[in-house]
Design a protein around this ligand. Structure first.
Ligand code: HEC
Length: 169
């Protein structure tokens, strides 16, 4: 494109400058943000495993219920070799259950637990961001200590990048 006069050229330069300014502003606003995003559509991801925790089990408070574990695409290499690349996400989907005519049926969702891998953002918790969302809420967050309590238990799995679940072939 040929720019006809200096007035026009100035306008183009100002346009480019304000674009760069907006870009830098947005980047700096998000840099260092440790908020774990709600994992949209996680029920479409790989289902890794399920487990029922009954009253009396060591994890019954607060994890009594039936839970399913899901892994996004990036987390799938980790499930195989124990090393999770940044961007890996694992979801622990916990529902209440009831015994019904010799069957166990899912009931309402109690919470979801989320682990998202970012070595730079979550240095104090093994490179994982931990969060919980209450019930079906996408905004009611449960973790208030930056994941310290979650991590203190997950640290038992240090040799497997702090993840308990493994894939069964
Ligand atoms: C007292 C121990 C303990 C605490 C505290 C704990 N977890 Fe876990 N977590 C486990 C165990 C055990 C499993 C594996 C469950 C299974 O085998 O199905 C697990 C599994 C998970 C998974 C699936 C990936 C994996 O490691 O298998 C996620 C995601 C998760 N937990 C998130 C959280 C979050 C978020 C918190 C804090 C709010 C938390 N956990 C606190 C013990 C714990």
């Amino acid at each position: 494109m040929k720019i006809a006069n200096t007035g026009m050229r100035k306008k183009v330069i100002i346009g480019v400058e304000s674009f760069l300014f907006t870009l830098l502003f947005n980047l700096s606003a998000h840099a260092g943000d440790t908020t774990v995003p709600y994992p949209q559509e996680y029920r479409q991801w790989l289902h890794v495993k399920s487990m029922i925790i009954e009253p009396g089990h060591a994890l019954a408070n607060p994890f009594q219920g039936i839970h399913h574990v899901y892994a996004n695409q990036k987390a799938q290499t980790g499930l195989e070799n124990g090393k999770y690349p940044n961007g890996s996400i694992l979801v622990f989907d916990l529902l209440a259950y009831e015994h019904n005519d010799k069957s166990i049926q899912e009931k309402e969702r109690k919470l979801i637990g989320v682990m998202v891998k970012d070595d730079n953002l979550y240095k104090n918790t093994g490179g994982w961001g931990f969060e919980g969302f209450a019930g079906n809420s996408r905004s009611k967050r449960l973790v208030t200590d930056n994941g310290a309590a979650c991590f203190s238990c997950h640290t038992a799995q240090k040799g497997h990048d702090y993840v308990f679940s493994i894939t069964r072939q």
